[in-house]
Design a protein around this ligand. Structure first.
Ligand code: NDP
Length: 289
């Protein structure tokens, strides 16, 4: 039969996770601090636990999805004694260090631990778009992979419990800078009286989609010790970054990002670098100054 699963935390995401497990036919037990958030799930067949301890004891596998690790520590601590021999998967967004601490705490109480990062929004959980990153001991992942697939494609990253959180936050950082770039470009474009955000975005989406295709080649250069395959004159790149900064200022749009970027490129040029490459771009970000 289908593995029984407990879901602790029924916010937007936790309710989506529990709903996906119910749909996939798993006996699902739920708990949330504000109990009313369980009502709709219970109407769809979930079992309501009165306490966290009761929730953990109901299933061999417990998923946790709360605001942050402070909340998950506070919620789980009183139920520590119930964890022995069970598997805890923490899908709460947190840092790699928090994930490693959570693993040490859980294994100290006799639990098997996996950390996870959900790469989906509540409405896409369990859809073909959704994927979830996992890290921790491989045998724990193997034991529950079939069940975890109900949430979205399950991607195991490695034995270090922190790597799922690292990749999750790295993916979110790319998304966040991309949206900031989008908003910057919209602020520039719509400073012109004859433009609309919608009309501009019709050009932006295919442009960014095309540029994203370059990333695997950039990544290969970062991984390789050989001379980078992709390169552009650093002076040419610097000139265009300075133009982006100036045109932004002329349009009444903040240019801080491009001014900082120009300063970093000027420094590399002064150090004798003449080509813009992916490994140098990564190095520029690593530099402590
Ligand atoms: P919500 O704000 O909808 O839910 C937050 C949950 O945390 C609720 O269950 C809330 O309980 C609980 N909570 C907060 N503080 C405490 C506390 N001190 N003690 C007990 N429970 C507490 O957030 P989401 O469901 O959207 O997010 C949950 C996690 O999922 C986050 O880590 C988020 O980063 C991650 N995530 C969310 C995505 C999204 O698009 N929403 C996408 C990917 C990941 P109560 O109901 O009682 O307030």
């Amino acid at each position: 039969g289908n593995t029984a699963v407990t879901v602790i935390g029924l916010g937007e995401m936790g309710r989506a996770l529990a709903g996906a497990l119910i749909t996939a036919g798993h006996p699902t037990t739920v708990w949330n601090r504000s109990a009313a958030k369980a009502d709709e799930l219970v109407a769809h067949g979930a079992l309501r636990a009165a306490t966290v301890e009761e929730a953990v004891l109901a299933s061999p596998l417990t998923l946790v999805c709360l605001l942050d690790y402070g909340a998950s520590d506070a919620v789980l601590r009183p139920a520590a004694g119930a964890l022995r021999g069970r598997t805890l998967v923490n899908l709460t967004n947190g840092t790699p260090a928090q994930a490693r601490e959570a693993e040490a705490w859980a294994t100290g109480h006799g639990a098997s631990y996996l950390d996870g990062g959900i790469m989906a929004v509540p409405s896409t959980v369990a859809s073909s778009q959704a994927f979830v990153l996992y890290s921790g001991q491989k045998r724990h992942f193997d034991a529950h992979e079939e069940t975890l697939k109900a949430l979205g494609a399950a991607k195991y990253l490695g034995a270090d419990a922190g790597i799922a959180a690292l990749y999750d936050l790295a993916l979110l950082s790319a998304m966040s800078v991309m949206f900031d770039g989008f908003f910057h470009s919209v602020a520039m474009a719509t400073s012109h009286t004859e433009s609309s955000a919608a009309g501009f975005t019709e050009l932006l989406v295919p442009w960014l989609t095309n540029m994203a295709q370059v990333m695997p080649a950039f990544a290969a250069d970062v991984d390789s010790d050989a001379e980078p395959v992709l390169g552009q004159g650093l002076d040419v790149v610097l000139a265009s970054v300075r133009n982006m900064a100036q045109a932004s200022r002329d349009a009444g749009v903040r240019a801080d990002y491009f001014e900082q970027s120009a300063a970093a490129l000027e420094k590399q040029l002064a150090e004798g670098l003449s080509t813009y490459t992916a490994p140098d771009a990564v190095r520029r970000l690593r530099a402590s100054d």
